[in-house]
Structures are given as structure tokens and as C-alpha cells.
Design a binder for this molecule. Structure first.
Ligand code: HEM
Length: 452
């Protein structure tokens, strides 16, 4: 641990005064927590230590606690029981407006930011873009693109696979989602996506020149212009891509998406599909690069071409160890109760899948890479419905889950057919704790061609 990390840990773990979040009415308990160091609260600890900070808070305060970070106060609802109450949302107390604080200016009116009746209506329409037939069509395009691009990657030692995967999944997103060659705009588009995603965890949440927030707003503007320009052609086309599916989606009662809806949904969908599948594929490559035995096992299955069961176990275990969407945010629209605690209206709540995935009471030896946890005779994920939630849960559970899994499998199948990969002895990646878990060093590896 670096000196800076030790200092941050020392600061955040100091005995800051423990206070009640709000006085609780009779029969309920108040939520306890602390605001951490003055001014920034626990922001630096969250940014530097990510999930380890979350796990330490869980140990100290239990599943429900509050912290101050990013200029706001957030309740952490950690562990499967708390996650179930919030995500299943039986009482309709938890709204998606919690996301608005973090990503609203960049992804407003994306499906994930809509609530209740309106969300239900949009989700029903969007479902038409995710039928089994459509997913099979998208997956065929992913396979063609992967077969074309992956064999061209260099076998130079130290090749950074994360940026290469990010470019590949953006190409997938543009071909599969838009059937469009983005050509000279590709690098601008890529930058716009990165900027909009990173802006969510800006420490300074104003458009200061050179800051993340401003870059995020500029990214959003660029994406809006891009989709709006492409819209008339898409409305007129009968392509089999996702953009076209949204343009033509219609419910039995004749409801359709407006132009604004299509633009907002496309920006959110591109982001939702692109970063998550890049992170998942990178995580699998990391764990297989560190464990040659598992890599050989999965490659043998892929080359035999009869199933992808082993690959699926590996993907699930990698998503457990590196949750591509580490936290989900909500805001209460009325007073409610969470595991016996009082939560007033207007409270921001954070469910953290990554914490659930690493709790020793649900996962034996939780930090060990062990794909057989998910095998039929063990199914450790079945110990609790909300122990393994990389795709979330409840009515906002990922709509792209089946396509996402199928995209990741298709990319990995091509990678395993083409290359064998490894890392230098003792290599450990650091997943960026500041937004989504991205390998901070680009994941440099050593490729060797698999004899064809
Ligand atoms: C492997 C990849 C993926 C992971 C880990 C993932 C994860 C998630 C998670 C955790 C949520 C829930 C957010 C919440 O409850 O607030 C979510 C929602 C969503 N995801 Fe994914 N996702 C993946 C791939 C995709 C893909 C490929 C698409 C689209 C093509 C997509 C589109 C969406 C959308 C539209 C929502 C919002 C759903 C709603 O609010 O009803 N995701 N995703």
C-alpha cells in the first residue's frame, strides 16, 4: 500500500463522531454513520480505496449506514437483504432520481433514469429491441466483427488490451446499434463516451474549464448532435439495428418513441452496453491470464465448439470479483423502513453489488477466483437471490443482460481461438475506483498466436 493510500485509510478510519442520519420514530432505529474528514468527507477514501472502503464500513456499521462523499450524504444499503428491499422496491419508495445527482446532466431520460409508470411504458416499448431474434441478429454481427478485428491485434509484449477492447466494443456498438460507419468521428465519439461516464464522479461538480464535469457536458452535446443528425435516415430505414428498432417500436395501443426519446435512449444504451461489456471482457482476460489452467480449459471447450458452459462459469465468477457496475443509486420519494431503520423521504441510497459479491458470509474465500462456485453442484450464488447481482434486480434489472452476456462470450470465443495470453509473474491489476472499474494501466499482457 502506498504512503498516500495509508494516509487516506488512516484519515477515513479515524473515530469521527458517529451521529444519527435522522431521528427515528418509535419502533424504528436511526441510521448511524459519520461524515469523515471535514469538507470532502469520505470522498477521497471512496475514490482511492473503492470497494475496500465499502467493505470496511460494512464490517463496522453493518448493512445500513450513512457517509458523506461527493458533497452529498448517502445511505449505503449493503449486503443481499438490504439490496433486496431497495431493488425489489415493493413499497415504491425508491426512485431512480438518486442517479440524477451523479449522471443526470449526461444521461437524462435514459431508461435507467425513468421511474414507475413512465419507466414501465418506456421499458415495454424498448423490449421490442431485445427479442430473442433481435439478440441473435446482433450477436451474428458481433461475431463477424470480432473475427475481422481481433486477429489483427499485435503480439507485441506489453500490448494494452483494455483500450483495444474498448475500441472493439465501440465498433460493436456502432455497427450493431446503428449499422453505421462512424469513420472520422470514431475517436471523437469514443472520447465523448469516456467523458460522459467519468463526469459522474467529478469531485468538482461545476463546469470548470479543464474539469471532468465540463468535459462530460461537452461529450453529451456531441453525442446528441450525432444521434439527432442520424435520426431522419433511421426513421426512413428498415435496418435490423437497435437504433432502427427504437425508431419503429410500437405498442399494441399505438404508442411510439418521440425523436427526443430515441436520442436519449440511444445515448444511454450506447454507454450502458459499451463500458459494461468492455469491463467484463477485461476482467475475464485478467483472471484467465493469471490462471493458465482455466484458460486452457475454456479454450479446449471453445475449440471443441460444443458448448460455452465453462466460459459462462468464468464470466460469472469474473463479474463477481469485478462488478462492472459497482454501485446503484436510488432516492426515497417517501418515508420508509429499511431493515428496521428509518429512512426519510429525499434520502439518497446506494446499493453496491460489488460489496454483496465479496461478503464472506455468502462466499467462502471471497477474493479467490473459483468459477466452480457457479457449477450446478455448488451454486453459491443461490444462497441468496441478491448475493450475485451484476445486472441489478427488480424492475430496473438490466434489459441488455442476455445480449451483454452473448456479446462478451462471442468476443472471448474469438480471443481464445486466436491467442493465448499471460502476465508477468506477480502482476496485479488495479481497478480504477473513481468511476467504473477500469484497469488503470490498460492491462498490458503478452499474447501468443494459437496455432490454427
Ligand atoms: C455485461 C454487461 C452489462 C452489465 C454488467 C450491466 C449492468 C446493469 C445494471 C447493474 C443495471 C441496473 C441499474 C439500476 O438498477 O439502477 C443495468 C441497467 C440497464 N442496462 Fe445493463 N449491463 C450490461 C450490459 C448492457 C447492454 C449490452 C445493454 C444494452 C444493449 C444494457 C442496457 C441497460 C439498460 C437500458 C438499463 C436500464 C434498465 C431499466 O432501468 O429498466 N446493459 N445494467
Amino acid at each position: 500500500m502506498s504512503v498516500a493510500d495509508r494516509l487516506v485509510r488512516w484519515l477515513s478510519d479515524r473515530p469521527w463522531p458517529v451521529r444519527e442520519y435522522a431521528p427515528a420514530p418509535e419502533g424504528l432505529r436511526p441510521i448511524l454513520g459519520d461524515s469523515g474528514p471535514p469538507v470532502l468527507g469520505h470522498t477521497i477514501a471512496v475514490l482511492r480505496q473503492g470497494i475496500d472502503f465499502g467493505l470496511r464500513r460494512y464490517e463496522r456499521f453493518g448493512p445500513v449506514t450513512w457517509i458523506r462523499a461527493f458533497g452529498t450524504t448517502v445511505i449505503s444499503a449493503a449486503g443481499p437483504e438490504a439490496a433486496q428491499v431497495v431493488l425489489a422496491n415493493k413499497d415504491k419508495a425508491y426512485s431512480q432520481q438518486g442517479w440524477t445527482f451523479f449522471i443526470g446532466p449526461f444521461f437524462h431520460r435514459g431508461l435507467m433514469l425513468l421511474d414507475f409508470e413512465e419507466h414501465h411504458h418506456h421499458r415495454r416499448l424498448m423490449q421490442e429491441a431485445f427479442t430473442a431474434d433481435r439478440i441473435a441478429g446482433y450477436t451474428r454481427k458481433v461475431a463477424e466483427l470480432a473475427a475481422r478485428e481481433i486477429p489483427l491485434w499485435p503480439v507485441t509484449p506489453g500490448f494494452e488490451v483494455y483500450p483495444a477492447l474498448k475500441k472493439l466494443t465501440l465498433d460493436v456498438a456502432t455497427e450493431v446499434f446503428m449499422a453505421t460507419e462512424v469513420g472520422s468521428e470514431a475517436s471523437r465519439l469514443r472520447k465523448a463516451f469516456v467523458d460522459t461516464v467519468r463526469a459522474g464522479t467529478s469531485v468538482v461538480r461545476y463546469p470548470v474549464p479543464g474539469g471532468r464535469w465540463k468535459a462530460g457536458l461537452q461529450g453529451r452535446k456531441m453525442l446528441e448532435d450525432f444521434f439527432r443528425r442520424s435520426l431522419p435516415q433511421k426513421r426512413a430505414s428498415v435496418d435490423d439495428d437497435l437504433f432502427s428498432a427504437l425508431c419503429h417500436a410500437k405498442t399494441d395501443d399505438g404508442a411510439v418513441f418521440s425523436d427526443d426519446d430515441v436520442v436519449n435512449h440511444m445515448i444511454f444504451l450506447m454507454m450502458a452496453a459499451h463500458d459494461t461489456s468492455t469491463i467484463t471482457t477485461s476482467a475475464v482476460m485478467y483472471f484467465l491470464g493469471k490462471d493458465q489452467e482455466w484458460q486452457d480449459k475454456v479454450r479446449a471447450e471453445v475449440l471443441a465448439g460444443d458448448s460455452s458452459d465453462t466460459l459462462e462459469l468464468v464470466i460469472k465468477e469474473s463479474m463477481r470479483l469485478v462488478a462492472p457496475v459497482p454501485s446503484l443509486v436510488r432516492e426515497t420519494v417517501k418515508d420508509t423502513e429499511l431493515l428496521g431503520h428509518f429512512v426519510p423521504k429525499g434520502t439518497k441510497i446506494m446499493v453496491t453489488p460489488w460489496i454483496n459479491h465479496l461478503l464472506p458470509e455468502y462466499w467462502p474465500d471471497p477474493k479467490r477466483f473459483d468459477p466452480l462456485r457457479f457449477a450446478e453442484d455448488r451454486r453459491e450464488d443461490k444462497v441468496h437471490r441478491y448475493a450475485w447481482i451484476p445486472f441489478g434486480g427488480g424492475v430496473h434489472k438490466c434489459i441488455g443482460m442476455h445480449f451483454g452476456m452473448s456479446e462478451v462470450k462471442t468476443l472471448l470465443t474469438q480471443l481464445l481461438r486466436t491467442f493465448r495470453w499471460s502476465f508477468p509473474e506477480g502482476y496485479e491489476v488495479r481497478w480504477d475506483p473513481t468511476a467504473l472499474p477500469i484497469p488503470t494501466d490498460g492491462l498490458p499482457l503478452r499474447f501468443e498466436q494459437v496455432p490454427q
